[in-house]
Design a protein around this ligand. Structure first.
Ligand SMILES: Cc1ncc(COP(=O)(O)O)c(C=O)c1O
Length: 442
């Protein structure tokens, strides 16, 4: 039963919460009951500024009327239609719109329901592509330490976050990892792309030599690693990865689940860095986070390689019941309209300097050992409490929520990624909140 007054159910036990300290939460729940634009409303009526776009997804802010109306209309008109051997118009329209805004040459889109599914889809496309081209010996996948590629088996195999991997057995075989690019000793407090570490891309040559290029299918990286605590690629790093992949016929996959749809001030990180991958995974901002959806973009040559053999046969044995769900497509189209009408896909570039100034003004505050920024993303790394990793950042998270700001923490890092509609005044307010919190915690 729901208590209609404070909207809190009288029993919180059934819901096993994802990526949550369940027992701690259920003793002192933090409930959000409504949202509008830059703010949530907590169950006690307090306004909470959203410093993290929900989970890096609500790029246009909350409860945007155009998106809400599109969902309502679509639900009343065509609620669900299968996408296996059947079609409905809106999914083709949405794919066309996405392909038109994607980096040059990435003109085919495969729909999924989440970032994790986009990643596993991309890995499967890469493996199958080599096979249909007659290169079935290319089965190895290369990820990177500290990479986050969702929670499915493919994603955690190429991912590099120990806690997300260690419980789950042997994972995929044939996977290797690049070193991460986080070099606090050399790059601490850098604004934007760090100077040091571009040469870490050369490690790919070493890995490829070890396994032989003829066994390597694809390399997957986040252009900016988000969930592991905002690791900005060092200057030249991504270009070098592209060169090495080209040299050896290896596909380059960018996981743009966070960086896609304007987070850096360009539609995609591929645009921002001027490096175009072969496959690009997206989710989150594709529907402004409102309806679950993911989209995998592939280059024409990859898609076309599958369009072979008898025409009555299925070319790629993969897909989800909800691939291209009509309501998700309606939300996605209205999201793209909102982004375009309000210039949100490039707005982060206009705010980036103000954002960076605010973040870096926190240097010297208690516990702060590094600050990183790019586009409308920021990280404040705290010195962990000896023997109690994550505790300091978690208490910052609690204090921030009490003060009316939603932040995200990972390890002892505070990660910030506000909706792209944020104003300069709201950036100042957000930074002031964080400053106060840093001064309050032990
Ligand atoms: C880079 C990246 N890939 C994949 C995912 C997984 O997305 P989802 O949680 O929608 O499965 C995330 C989620 O944060 C992400 O940041």
């Amino acid at each position: 039963m729901l208590d209609r007054l404070n909207k809190r159910p009288n029993d919180l036990s059934a819901f096993w919460m994802p990526f949550t300290a369940n027992r701690q939460f259920k003793q002192a729940p933090r409930m959000l009951v409504a949202a509008k634009d830059m703010h949530y409303t907590a169950e006690d009526g307090r306004k909470i500024m959203d410093g993290t776009s929900g989970l890096w997804c609500v790029n246009a802010g909350h409860c945007r009327p155009k998106i809400t109306e599109a969902i309502q209309q679509q639900a009343a008109e065509l609620d669900y239609a299968p996408a296996f051997q059947m079609g409905h118009p809106i999914v083709f329209e949405f794919a066309n719109r996405l392909a038109a805004m994607a980096p040059e040459g990435m003109d085919h889109v495969f729909f999924t329901n989440s970032g994790s599914e986009s990643v596993d889809t991309a890995l499967k496309i890469a493996l199958a592509y080599h096979r249909v081209k007659g290169n079935g010996s290319r089965f190895r996948l290369i990820g990177r330490e500290r990479g986050y590629h969702g929670v499915n088996f493919g994603g955690i195999s190429v991912g590099g976050i120990v806690t997300n991997r260690k419980m789950f057995g042997t994972l995929l075989t044939g996977v290797d990892h690049l070193q991460h690019t986080h070099l606090p000793g050399k790059n601490a407090f850098t604004r934007g792309e760090p100077e040091h570490g571009g040469d870490l891309a050369d490690e790919l040559e070493r890995i490829v030599t070890l396994h032989d290029a003829s066994t390597v299918a694809a390399v997957i990286v986040e252009p900016v690693a988000g969930s592991t605590g905002v690791l900005i690629p060092p200057k030249g790093y991504l270009k070098r990865l592209r060169e090495i992949c080209d040299k050896h016929g290896i596909l380059l996959i960018f996981d743009e689940v966070i960086t896609g749809f304007g987070r850096l001030g360009a539609p995609f990180a591929a645009d921002y860095f001027g490096v175009v991958p072969d496959i690009m995974t997206t989710a989150k901002g594709v529907t402004n986070g409102v309806i679950p959806m993911g989209a995998v973009f592939v280059r024409k040559e990859i898609h076309d390689a599958f369009m072979n053999g008898p025409e009555h046969l299925i070319e790629f044995f993969h897909g989800y019941t909800y691939s291209g769900n009509p309501i998700a497509c309606a939300a996605g189209l209205a999201t793209l309209d909102t982004y375009q009408e309000e210039g949100l896909l490039t707005r982060a570039s206009e705010l980036a300097d103000h954002w960076a100034d605010g973040l870096h003004s926190l240097k010297g505050e208690p516990h702060v050992i590094d600050i990183r920024n790019i586009g409308l993303v920021g990280a404040i790394e705290l010195e962990g409490i000896a023997g109690e990793p994550t505790k300091r950042a978690f208490s910052a998270f609690i204090k921030a929520f009490e003060r009316g700001l939603l932040i995200r923490t990972t390890g002892d890092i505070i990660a910030l990624s506000p909706p792209l509609i944020i104003t300069k005044g709201q950036i100042d307010e957000l930074i002031d909140h964080v400053r106060e919190v840093l001064r309050m915690i032990d």
